[in-house]
Design a protein around this ligand. Structure first.
Ligand SMILES: Nc1nc2c(ncn2[C@@H]2O[C@H](COP(=O)(O)O[C@H]3[C@@H](O)[C@H](n4cnc5c(=O)[nH]c(N)nc54)O[C@@H]3COP(=O)(O)O)[C@@H](O)[C@H]2O)c(=O)[nH]1
Length: 734
């Protein structure tokens, strides 16, 4: 073992060796028994010293090794083996002069030359090929002036370096975070005064670090929050020891109130004493606004601001939970809204919906709710209302909704069809009641629109029938279930057949004969009417062509047109091409429109009827007297005939009012230069009245029921002999 004296060490490895190492002069001094005793004493001292230093060597925390004058390792302690992950047998006997590291080699050489040296660097061990950050202090062992080896004290700095590195990185991270984060990082002292304030805090609250330092937290709290966040709350925050999360209103330097989310952590010293609070804050004003917006949109209709279906369902549930005895659900659908959208554009349609939404909201009680389901459908939820209350409200509402709306330079009037369902009798849950109200509204539509209906249990059966008809009608044409019957029309004065009205018939194998009164509305609502109407036109013209080819005198055929057909943009062109297909002159085709179809959009009707007239096609107004005609438009429509509705003819004999109406229609037609045709004439008496009033034409069971095509032949006049040119498909005109 060595004792370090000045810059070198004196080796005391073992006692005999130590004795040998004693200076010759001292050895020479051992002569008699006294000397032997002194020598023993000295050996004892040396052994004690040896034991002491070996203990130190073995247990020192610094790794240590001893090497001899040849640089060969003779001893090492456990710390060295531990630091360098080596085994003793790998180290002992190793020649330090054979190490690969040049710096280490020169340090060893320096020591063997008697100089103390220090090695510091990344040393790659040749024994285990691992790299260690080492600091090695090399001390020569000099005995009697001779270098007899050296001691190396080895410190492995890898761990320390790692710690330093981590500490530096942590400081940099902290700096980067503090400077670059978008979160305000604020450190408060134990009195809640600002101790640190990062750039993000400045950005969020507007106060610079200099302006903020030392100020109490109150300076970023608006008045109400300042009172709420009393000292007590802040005190509690200081005492809570741990983290907390909160969201509150804050005040910026320029006086804006913002919403901030706060994450607070108390700062405590080793003894648990609170030093302050460190807070991270972010401005969540926009996020909150977006959240509020999204929550609003989830419950409201974005166009009108009314609540939506989901929200209405919740209100229904709350009303029922509050045990209200009755409730009415009202389904409102604007009539003809699609057409407004299609013709005047969506901006006008949207503005109209908003206006109607306001009218609805203005009419209901505070406890009622108005929702928009989508499109032109609105729902009212009327708690504590029975049928009577609902109907009273609906009557007011219908009037309001029908008032003209001035929208973007257009004066629009829309009526509405309304359905009512009542809780608890019609249903006890929202979906059922809504379905019932919808069904009732649908029947209001079917019954002519601009009206209301209460849900009746038989509507369910009617809806089922409607669905059944709709599905069966889709295949009626391809399955050959459709046919045309023809009802003769006569001129009263001459008693001559002047035309035939083509009437559609449907015989279903299971349902039997289905009345057009039932299936035409189904076809209209499902959109099938366009295809059916086309089929009727083709069929009627093809039949007409067949009769002529068979040598019968040409007769005019009247075909009913539904609203959807009449609104087709290219109707005149379609008809022209059909006439061409069947080589028929236009004057053999008459088109019948109901009064409501003609008057729905009178300006367009004027143009379409003008085009048809120009082609030579006659048009008559069907069911005249049952709708509302604008006389100013009526006179501008290119018409030939007004067909007096059967309802007035039926009771003519007994009802003076009906007679007066019939007389008025005939007189109006005369004034407008139009002919009149009375429908549904069933008796001679009716015919007499009509003749007396000057009606031109008649049609009805009194003369003939609608007949299948084959039965019509008997009424038609056969040319004799058959005209060859007609048979060849060329026409003679009557
Ligand atoms: N768009 C289309 N509508 C059509 C078509 N075919 C028929 N219809 C319309 O359906 C309604 C019912 O028609 P229908 O059951 O055929 O009834 C017609 C006649 O049978 C009936 N009529 C004729 N004379 C009498 C009579 O003396 N008494 C009596 N009770 N009924 C009689 O009137 C109907 C003819 O009505 P109109 O068309 O108004 O002249 C009906 O509205 C048809 O228009 C079609 O192809 N397309």
């Amino acid at each position: 073992m060595s004792t370090i004296e000045n810059d070198s060490a004196v080796w005391d490895a073992d006692a005999p060796h130590a004795a040998r190492e004693l200076s010759p002069c001292r050895q020479n001094m051992i002569n008699g028994p006294a000397d032997i005793k002194a020598k023993d004493v000295m050996l004892g001292v040396l052994q004690q010293r040896e034991a002491k230093y070996r203990q130190i060597f073995s247990h020192m925390a610094v790794g240590a090794l001893h090497f001899d004058a040849a640089g060969v390792v003779t001893d090492c302690n456990d710390s060295l083996l531990l630091h360098l992950s080596l085994r003793r047998e790998q180290v002992l006997g190793l020649s330090l002069l054979s190490v690969n590291d040049r710096k280490m080699l020169s340090a060893v050489q320096a020591v063997l030359a008697g100089q103390r040296s220090v090695y510091q660097g990344d040393y790659e061990s040749t024994l285990n090929h691992r790299v260690f950050a080492l600091r090695v202090e090399l001390i020569p062992v000099i005995v009697t002036g001779q270098v007899c080896g050296g001691i190396a004290l080895v410190e492995n700095l890898s761990g320390q370096r790692q710690t330093e590195h981590e500490l530096r990185a942590s400081r940099q991270r902290q700096h980067l975070l503090r400077e670059q984060t978008a979160l305000a990082m604020i450190e408060w002292d134990a009195h809640f005064c600002v101790r640190d304030w990062n750039p993000a805090a400045q950005k969020i609250f507007g106060h610079s670090r200099e302006q903020a330092l030392g100020r109490h937290a109150h300076f970023i709290l608006p008045e109400p929050a300042r009172q709420m966040l009393s000292e007590g709350v802040l005190e509690a925050l200081l005492k809570q020891h741990g983290g907390s999360h909160s969201q509150n209103a804050n005040l910026t330097r320029d006086g804006r109130i913002i919403e901030c989310e706060w994450f607070n952590t108390t700062l405590v010293d080793e003894s648990g004493c609170t030093l302050g609070v460190i807070s991270l804050a972010q401005d969540v004003t926009e996020r909150e606004q977006t959240g509020r917006q999204l929550r609003y949109l989830a419950r409201h209709d974005s166009l009108t601001g009314l609540i939506n279906r989901a929200s209405l369902a919740e209100q229904f549930t709350s009303a029922i939970a509050a045990r209200i005895p009755s409730l009415a659900l009202v389904f409102i659908d604007l009539d003809g809204f699609k057409h407004i959208n299609d013709t005047l554009g969506h901006t006008v349609g949207d503005a109209l919906l908003c206006l109607q939404a306001q009218r609805l909201s203005a009419q209901v009680r505070h406890s009622d709710s108005v929702a928009r389901l989508g499109g032109d459908e609105f729902i009212l939820l009327l708690p504590d209302s029975d049928a009577e209350d609902a109907v009273a409200l609906i009557q007011r509402l219908s009037e309001q909704l029908a008032l003209p709306c001035a929208v973007e330079g257009h004066d629009i009037s829309v009526t509405s069809s309304i359905g009512i369902a009542l809780y608890p009798q019609d249903g006890s849950d929202f979906d059922t009641l809504l379905r019932c109200a919808d069904m009732a509204m649908y029947h209001a539509k079917r019954d002519g629109r601009n009206t209301w209906r209460c849900f009746q249990p038989d509507l369910l059966a009617r809806s089922a029938r409607h669905l059944q008809l709709e599905s069966a009608l889709r295949h009626a044409q391809e399955r050959g279930e459709l046919s045309l019957h023809y009802q003769p029309q006569y001129d009263i004065a001459s008693r001559q057949l002047i035309g035939l009205e083509a009437l559609l018939r449907w015989q279903h194998p299971g349902l039997g004969w289905v009345s057009p009164l039932e299936f035409i509305p189904v076809a209209e609502e499902s959109g099938m009417i366009i295809a059916l109407g086309d089929w009727v036109l083709h069929q009627a013209l093809s039949q007409l062509c067949d009769w002529q080819q068979a040598g019968y005198l040409p007769v005019r055929v009247a075909v009913n047109l539904s609203a959807a057909q009449f609104q087709q943009a290219n109707l005149p062109q379609q008809i022209a091409s059909l006439l061409e297909t069947y080589h028929l002159p236009a004057r053999l085709l008459e088109l019948e429109l109901t009064e409501s179809v003609a008057m729905r959009r009178p300006q367009e009707a004027v143009a379409i009827l003008g085009a048809l007239e120009a082609m030579g096609i006659k048009v008559s107004i069907d069911d005249f007297g049952t709708g509302y005609s604008s006389l100013s438009y009526l006179k501008r429509l290119s018409l030939e005939t007004l067909k007096i509705d059967r309802s007035f003819v039926t009771d003519m004999a007994d009802d003076a009012d009906d007679r007066a109406i019939v007389q008025a229609i005939i007189s109006l037609a005369r004034t407008l230069g139009l002919k009149t045709l009375a429908e549904g004439v069933e008796t001679a008496e009716q015919l007499q009245w009509l003749q007396q009033y000057g009606c031109d034409r008649v049609q009805g069971y009194y003369f003939s029921r609608p007949l299948p095509a084959g039965d019509v032949l008997a009424l038609l006049t056969r040319l004799d002999p058959p005209d060859e040119s007609l048979l060849a498909g060329r026409l003679r005109h009557v």
